[in-house]
Design a protein around this ligand. Sequence first.
Ligand code: KG4
Ligand code: ZN
Length: 340
Amino acid sequence: MIVLGIETTCDETSCSLVRDGHEILSNVIASQIELHRPFGGVFPELACRKHLDMIISVLNDAMASAGVTKEGIDLVAVAKGPGLIGALLIGLHAAKALSLAWQVPFVGVNHVEAHLYAAMMGPVKPLFPALGVVISGGHTFMVKMLKTGTYELIGTTQDDAIGEAFDKVASMLSLPYPGGPAIETLAKKGNPKSFPFRAGKVKGQPWDFSFSGLKTNVLYTLKGPNAGRNAPLQIREEQKADIAASFQEAALSDIVDKALLAAATFDCKSLIFGGGVSNNQRLKALFTEKKNAFPLFFPPAGLTIDNAAMIAGLGFHVYHQQGHGDPLDLEPMTRIPLGV
Ligand code: KG4
Ligand code: ZN
């Protein structure tokens, strides 16, 4: 079964053709990073307009590079959410229109669930139950994954997503957007023990995350300890790498410590990661330093960021689990809980 995947939840327009849920025939991603860079984050209305400009050419490129014509496509899968409402509408309407025109079913899938599915598109398959950890610009959570499609929520962030904290701290340090890769590069030159930063603890919710206090800690380190709310940032160039390294260490250690403890506590046999922050090499090194014994599954190259291959892959499973496609009045969902 050849599935066309469509992804437009945030700032990447992507179309992909995937055979039987795992064999990637093409995966074309048009990134909007340059468009949003001057704003230091995603500008929703611009994202939506850019998706509209790009969707047809990205679709044509994905079909041409896979060597597949419309007659070869059996199912259209689209990310129905979570994401920016205007951005989601472009992908969803494109999927519905193609489904009608080509007379093939379509399914809407959960974008963050697809981030976890990406790690299962490699040659080695994880053992279940697995601990799923999504660490991206919009999401931070851990689920116990019994199989594809069955999740129990363990913990989530109470405030910022981890990638958002990387982006905001990068902006405080005058580093370019997106901040995660910029902080990782600068952190290599710094000492992670220079500043005693720690991620927050959530009272009574040991599996939840909190990164806003950590971010504020960095802010007041830059402003000076007794500075008022409106005091300017005083960035000393020679401190930047140490701040980046100490922030990164605090944020990533919190993920690694909680993930290892949760995997043991909830009897998981492997750990599966998804989302942009799982690109970070220090994250992988920390697992080794902390003597991790669980098999780790990260998305294959190119599938960490938002992409349509993970949507097509998951769509294949959703279609078979449901036994049918979705109705044409399927609505986009800006928020979708994963697991209960
Ligand atoms: O998964 P993604 O492309 O988008 C969402 O669905 O949110 O993740 C983007 C996020 C951004 O916040 C970016 O700064 C972060 O992932 N990121 C990283 C790294 N690469 C991307 N964070 C830390 N280290 C990295 N190497
Ligand atoms: Zn994403």
